[in-house]
Design a protein around this ligand. Structure first.
Ligand SMILES: [Zn+2]
Length: 266
């Protein structure tokens, strides 16, 4: 019988150590015992992840509310959820680039639904590329690399900007509330953008789907704000509208900056 925690040495009063949380029950050493042990661990982690992602997508504000109310073990943490969403987005992005340099037209084009830009490279840049003997195709690859390298900065900046926006929209609320809300909202936004990448493949229904998804985002934000910040309906509608607009502007600024990067690279 073990009486002290094998991790930190504290006296045990129950199965889990009261100081560091380690389980005092040793993992089984035989094959079948191990099989059950790993299956149980895996199912535990998986069911929590599944519950968290479903809540993030279909129950606006639920995760943020649960976190703030102290129900933290039930769901995965906000930073973790955000990292999953952005990682998934990153994978999708490699197959359907969000921003790319169109080799036909020499323009920076984006498939982000919130903003559509088709910024041409300046004639000077094109001339410079021609002088260097760099083809647009080679340059497009270099551009891809730069956008990818710059992406982690964008991910952090978007959360920081959302938290700051919430702090401006809702005075006298804790920084923690804004930070958790911002992480969940931005994670949701990236998840939605992944779905939106399919819309151009829907043909004529693509634009209908695009409008519906924007309405869904607005409704989601409204519900989430109501549940988390608990203010009046009209005030929340206005704040949700403003947030959607600011978000589109932020993404627009990002895309615009990618064109600036392309110009610098040339
Ligand atoms: Zn311990």
């Amino acid at each position: 019988m073990v009486t002290d925690c094998r991790n930190c040495g504290a006296a045990l009063e129950g199965r889990y150590c009261s100081r560091c949380g380690q389980d005092s029950r040793e993992p089984p050493e035989d094959v079948w015992g191990l099989f059950g042990f790993f299956a149980a661990r895996f199912a535990g982690v998986e069911s929590r992840a599944f519950r968290s992602v479903t809540a993030l997508l279909f129950q606006p504000g639920r995760l943020t509310r649960a976190f703030l109310d102290g129900h933290r073990a039930r769901y995965s943490g906000p930073v973790q959820i955000y990292l999953w969403c952005t990682a998934a987005f990153f994978v999708v992005q490699t197959f359907f680039p969000i921003v790319r340099l169109d080799t036909e037209s020499g323009a920076v084009v984006s498939s982000l639904s919130a903003v559509s830009i088709g910024t041409d490279l300046s004639p000077e840049t094109l001339q410079r590329l021609a002088d260097q003997g760099t083809s647009i195709a080679v340059f497009a690859e270099r551009f891809d690399g730069a956008v990818t390298a710059y992406f982690p900065v964008v991910l952090v900046a978007l959360v920081a900007a959302s938290a700051l926006l919430m702090a401006l929209l809702y005075r006298r609320e804790s920084a923690l509330k804004h930070a958790v809300f911002a992480l969940h909202w931005t994670a949701f936004y990236f998840a939605l953008e992944m779905v939106r990448q399919l819309f151009p493949r829907l043909g004529q229904w693509g634009s209908v789907a695009s409008i519906l998804s924007t309405l869904f985002a607005l409704l989601y934000l409204y519900r989430a704000m109501r549940i988390v910040y608990e203010r009046g309906r009209i005030g929340t509608v206005l704040r949700a509208f403003l947030t959607i607009i600011v978000f589109a502007a932020l993404l627009g600024a990002w895309l615009w900056s990618t064109t600036a990067i392309a110009e610098r690279l040339a």
